[in-house]
Design a protein around this ligand. Structure first.
Ligand code: BGC
Ligand code: BGC
Length: 635
């Protein structure tokens, strides 16, 4: 018995050492040097190494983008999902803090990091006028207002501020800028377009180096770029011709010669690529009857081969489904057409197993060649390596301080000041109404948009469609007016006063703030472009008996000609965002008006489409119009 025990104990070290050796061997094998994990290796080598290790399942996962609503750490791990998005309004809660966002994004990321190859997922969001889905973020004017500033350097600074706010929530990727050239204001997305003039849109692609950072001099053109962890990957969208659809109908058909497509809608893509834009999103619209999501000639042929774009191409939301009419009528065909056309990442966004199963079987049965999958995955991995995602997959709270910072609000206020366009100022140039006197006995402020943050921000604010009311933190135009006038000036706010009241109250003057309700995408399509009720009657009721300034809060020119004679001064303020103080800054002469119309202002809708340079051009106010004022001291 004792002998046996002694023998066993003598054997024990040998067994123990054996196990130890095995463990070490496994550990060494696990920690084996992998080129793709070495940040000192060139990106091309890392991509090649990683791609060579991937199974078909892992590759198709990389091509899959899902909405956070259907995401979880488990789903990320199980399906090797490459990317998550927040669709419009897909937010943890309407007032979620930046810390909540960071935790949420990291939670999904941990799922991705527990896969075999530990490829981090890429989280993207629509940050189209600041980090607009997030409570307390700085909301900048929508693009139409930025177009009116004609100030690309300002727009670049807005890009940089937006990048910091997006990173504050742990997100590295923005679906912006929209570089649509809106040729018809009946389009519900016209406010997402900087201008009807391709030259203005081209200049405003300066937002890309703002978001991503400046590409180093002499760097290769067309290669995606990111200047570090304070910057975000950008998206030029929607390729191509989204702003040229017939009658401005959203997602419809752009009828144009190849020459006009290249002359009007394409140039800003060229600029974006030169500036290193990482991703390009495809448009729902068609060009001459062919869905852009299925247009191999323009995606693979022109974008990838001719323009030599090296980032990745992303579909729009359910963009593959919408290749057929009705949408999703033949999803297998949609996958062949969309992936075959050259789309690399698919914004599914919900039914990802249908896509994964469909694409897998199409590849296995040789309907889609492996070379197409490899091209897509290479591009996605190239972008992920470029932005440092493998080295920095998880965010911390160190940047939360940037969200809605005072500095960014000052920048937004500057943008508001420069975006306002003065269309009328009194009966004649020598009897201007603006700058308004700060000292007056009694001023009436009226209108549905005077004291309403949601209305002045428009669509794509917290919710996809935006929403009237107290949706986030900011300064309403009414508050801004109160902040600006002389302490003895009495401000009376009456949203919708009746004519008798206005007449009997002896106001020095009135400021009427009316416009369009918030909307986005197809919900904003309009055939008449009228200001909805009670806007017109507020104008009429107030302007009938007191000198009035009308401030329009709209995403585009609207039908204003019928009221123009009653209005003493008229300001197009577009969709200014949270910093309403910028409106008061110019109304009361602390700063001058400098904005120029980024769009032609029509007389009647039956003139549309009507753009600068057209043969028959008979506008109410021409493209580029805008009266100026000089700042007054001691007002
Ligand atoms: C829009 C895109 C947007 C995407 C994700 C789509 O409906 O067309 O501009 O980036 O949704 O929210
Ligand atoms: C999503 C948006 C998207 C839209 C497109 C909405 O449900 O939230 O992100 O742009 O659908 O139809």
């Amino acid at each position: 018995m004792k002998a046996m025990l002694r023998r066993k104990m003598a054997e024990a070290p040998a067994v123990f050492i054996g196990i130890l050796v095995l463990c070490c061997w496994i550990a060494v094998a696990n920690a084996e040097y992998k080129i793709y994990q070495d940040p000192k290796q060139p990106i091309s080598k890392r991509v090649k190494d990683l791609l060579g290790r991937m199974t078909l399942e892992e590759k198709i996962g990389q091509m899959t983008q899902i909405d956070r609503l259907v995401a979880s750490a488990e789903v990320m791990e199980k399906y090797y999902i490459g990317s998550i998005l927040s669709g419009g309004g897909s937010i943890p809660s309407p007032t979620a803090s930046p810390e909540t966002w960071v935790d949420m994004v990291n939670g999904y990321q941990k799922g991705s990091l527990s896969t075999r190859l530990k490829i981090p997922m890429l989280y993207g969001i629509d940050a189209v006028h600041g980090h607009n889905a997030v409570y307390r973020a700085t909301i900048f004017p929508h693009n139409v207002g930025l177009g009116a500033t004609r100030d690309p350097e300002l727009v670049k600074r807005i890009g940089a501020a937006t990048a910091l706010e997006v990173r504050a929530t742990g997100i590295p990727y923005a679906f912006a800028p929209c570089i649509a050239v809106c040729r018809d204001p009946r389009w519900g997305r016209c406010y997402e377009s900087y201008s009807e003039d391709p030259k203005v849109v081209r200049a405003m692609t300066e937002i890309i180096p703002g978001l991503q950072g400046d590409i180093p001099a002499n760097s290769r053109k067309g290669v995606p770029f990111l200047a570090g962890q304070q910057k975000v990957l950008a998206t030029a969208k929607h390729y191509v011709g989204d702003g040229g659809t017939t009658k401005g109908i959203n997602e419809n058909n752009t009828l144009a010669s190849r020459h006009d497509l290249l002359r009007i809608h394409m140039p800003a893509y060229h600029d974006s690529i030169i500036k290193g834009v990482g991703t390009i999103m495809i448009s729902y619209s068609s060009w001459n009857g062919v869905k852009m999501h299925a247009n191999r000639d323009l995606i693979t042929g022109f974008l990838k081969n001719t323009l030599r774009f090296r980032g990745f191409v992303i579909s729009d939301w359910q963009g593959l489904d919408r290749i057929t009419s009705p949408p999703h009528a033949n999803y297998t065909y949609s996958i062949i057409a969309g992936v075959g056309a050259g789309i690399d990442m698919i914004m599914i966004p919900y039914n990802y197993t249908e896509f994964i199963d469909g694409l897998t079987s199409l590849v296995k049965n040789n309907f889609i060649p492996m070379s197409r999958i490899d091209d897509a995955v290479k591009r996605i991995l190239r972008v992920k390596f470029t932005i440092g995602l493998f080295e920095h997959p998880l965010a911390d709270y160190s940047m939360t301080k940037y969200l809605g910072s005072q500095e960014h609000r000052e920048l937004a206020r500057e943008a508001v000041r420069k975006s306002l366009v003065l269309l009328k100022n009194g009966e004649s140039a020598n009897k201007p109404l603006i700058p308004l006197p700060k000292k007056a006995s009694k001023i009436l402020v009226a209108g549905t948009h005077a004291d309403n943050i949601g209305n002045q921000c428009g669509g794509w604010t917290i919710q996809w469609q935006g929403q009237p009311g107290n949706v986030t933190v900011g300064t309403t135009i009414l508050t801004a007016i109160r902040n600006t006038v002389h302490p003895e000036t009495k401000i009376v706010f009456n949203e919708n006063p009746d004519p008798g009241y206005v007449k009997s109250n002896d106001y020095s003057y009135a400021i009427v703030v009316v416009g369009e309700p918030p909307y986005s995408e197809t919900f904003g399509d309009s055939t008449n472009l009228t200001i909805p009720d009670p806007g017109p009657s507020i104008i009429t009721n107030v302007c009938a008996s007191v000198k009035c300034v009308v401030v329009l809060i709209t995403g585009r020119p609207v039908a204003i000609q019928p009221y123009l004679t009653q209005i003493d001064a008229l300001v197009a303020a577009w969709l200014p965002g949270t910093e309403g103080q910028g409106v008061a800054d110019v109304l009361f002469g602390d700063y001058g008006f400098t904005g120029k119309l980024p769009r032609t202002w029509f007389k009647t809708v039956d003139q549309l489409p009507m753009n600068v340079g057209d043969q028959h051009y008979d506008p109410l106010f021409p493209f580029g119009y805008g009266l100026t004022t000089v700042p007054v001291r001691g007002n």
